[in-house]
Design a protein around this ligand. Structure first.
Ligand code: GP9
Ligand code: MN
Length: 437
């Protein structure tokens, strides 16, 4: 009930991180383009795949160039935090700075009914942003067509807006290059500043070979999922380069902040031992720590014209993206209910909470009752009382964070909490149906 919100507010008051004055507002007024890198793990960055002749092939040359660009803040110690809701959990977390649910998907279970204080609405209220999602799958997948209304998205360009005739699609919808090509006509008509996201699909399990679009060697582990992963990731990389070229030509590049992120792993833990040799690791020594480290996904804030980017070693998770973005845009997020903290803030909490209650910090990686040293991967066999106490304290914080976030979604608590000047979203104001031509 209403009083549950008091616990949330108390927790958030204790965990507030003040904005960093050097980054706050540094991207003020810019358009936002999110690029969702489907199933894309951090290990692909800078990775070179050896073909059968021993020749190395760079998997994602364009993303690598962005990653190392001084206009990009890149976070190699950034982790996904999704559960069963996969892509939809990543979206829940990034749009709201709330966690997905312990079971199922918040989009499916709460997206049609709950009150949210999501990015599209916050940016509409602070900066008059127009918001849109571009995604070449049917709109009802993950209950997006309803949920986006609750989040306050002005437009949702789903499969019905694209040419999905045979050959243009794979299992999860329009191929990425076509998505970017065909979205241009809609993007150009959006009122600026805009807040947009492009949800790619081609780099999705089981990473099917598509000779028409991909010329990249397969790996040869014998696991066809792993073997195809590099080629589809390469295709995704090419599609993003094409998108950037288009935005430059359209004059939309300079005044935009790009946020590129991986939604979740592409190779599951059960397959990781087969992947191990490609990462220079011994399959027989593969363990829970190695699995946890592979939950790293890319996070890059690319801000053309700025030169204070670089590789940032801070640990963080998807929950931190919205607070970071809002501060870059100069929007004070204090009054909103968000569980992450700005990655650039000196008060940023580097504990990365996984959906199942395990966690990673720069010092410890805790999987069930096992405590590993994060830097070395060494299992701490006999932890001192001091270490045990420290880990226990973090564990309680992790549980609390997850429980409070769950109670917000399960009990629809945000309907009881309206920040000053905030007018809750009315989903019935939105209609995503394509007009007949
Ligand atoms: C489907 C796409 C894939 O539209 O977003 O979702 P996932 O299977 O990764 O959750
Ligand atoms: Mn996904």
């Amino acid at each position: 009930d209403v009083s549950d919100m008091d616990d949330v507010l108390e927790y958030l008051n204790e965990h507030r991180a003040e904005p960093n004055p050097e980054t706050f507002g540094s991207a003020k007024g810019r358009n936002v383009v999110y690029i969702h890198l489907e199933s894309f793990q951090q290990f692909l960055i800078d990775y070179k795949l050896k073909d059968e002749n021993g020749v190395e092939h760079e998997v994602t040359p364009f993303l690598n160039s962005l990653y190392h660009d001084q206009s990009t803040s890149s976070y190699p110690n950034f982790f996904h935090q999704v559960g069963q809701g996969k892509t939809s959990d990543a979206e829940t977390i990034l749009e709201n700075s709330l966690f997905g649910l312990p079971q199922g998907s918040a989009f499916t279970q709460a997206g049609s009914s709950n009150t949210f204080q999501a990015a599209p609405k916050i940016l509409h209220d602070n900066g008059n942003y127009t918001s849109a999602v571009f995604h070449g799958n049917v709109g009802s997948f993950w209950n997006r067509d309803d949920t986006y209304k609750s989040l306050g998205y002005n437009y949702f360009f789903d499969a019905s807006y694209y040419d999905t005739s045979e050959g243009n699609t794979l299992e999860y919808g329009l191929k990425d290059k076509l998505l970017f090509q065909e979205s241009a006509q809609y993007l150009e008509q959006l009122q600026q500043p805009f807040y947009t996201k492009f949800l790619t699909v081609t780099n999705h399990f089981p990473y099917p070979l598509d000779d028409a679009n991909v010329s990249f060697p397969r790996a040869s582990t014998g696991d066809s999922t792993i073997d195809g992963y590099f080629a589809t990731a390469h295709y995704l990389d090419q599609s993003i380069k094409e998108m950037f070229d288009y935005l430059k030509a359209a004059g939309l590049y300079d005044n935009t902040v790009f946020v590129l992120y991986g939604d979740h792993y592409g190779i599951s833990n059960s397959r990781n031992p087969s992947l191990a040799p490609l990462l220079g690791k011994d399959a027989n020594e593969w363990n829970d720590y190695d699995n946890a480290m592979l939950q790293r996904v890319p996070l890059m804030f690319h801000i053309p014209g700025q030169t204070n980017g670089g590789i940032k070693e801070e640990f963080g998770g998807q929950i931190d993206v919205l607070p970071t973005l809002l501060n870059l845009l100069g929007v004070d997020a204090k009054s909103y209910i968000q569980f992450g903290t700005d990655l650039t803030s000196s008060g940023h909490d580097q504990t990365v909470t996984f959906r199942n209650g395990n966690f990673v910090t720069p010092n410890y990686t805790v999987i069930g009752s096992k405590i590993y040293e994060t830097k070395t991967g060494i299992l701490i066999e006999e932890p001192t009382q001091e270490v045990l106490d420290e880990v226990e304290k973090i564990r309680l914080g992790v549980e609390k964070q997850l429980n409070l976030s769950d109670s917000i979604i399960n009990s629809d608590l945000l309907r009881f909490y309206t920040p000053d000047g905030f007018k809750p979203v009315s989903p019935e104001d939105y209609n995503y149906k394509k007009q007949k031509e």
